[in-house]
Design a protein around this ligand. Sequence first.
Ligand SMILES: [Zn+2]
Length: 74
Amino acid sequence: MICCEGMENAMNYEIMVKTEKYKVRDGRVLNDIETEYFIRSGEESGVFNYVGINFCPFCGKPLSRGLWFAEKKK
Ligand SMILES: [Zn+2]
C-alpha cells in the first residue's frame, strides 16, 4: 500500500523501503518496532541504517502492522 505521493517518491528513490525486518541484508535496523516500513539512510562502508516507522512521515497515515494489530484489539 502506498498512501500518498510523498511516499511513492521516497520509495522510488529507496529512501523509504517496505520489507520485512529479517529480510534486511544490506544494513541494520536501529529500532525495534513491529513494522514493514523503514527509512533507509546513507550507507557507511557498505552498511545502510534502517529505522522502522509507524506512520507515514508525509501524510501521517498509520503504516505498521503493529498499529493495525493494536487497533484490532480495541
Ligand atoms: Zn503517506
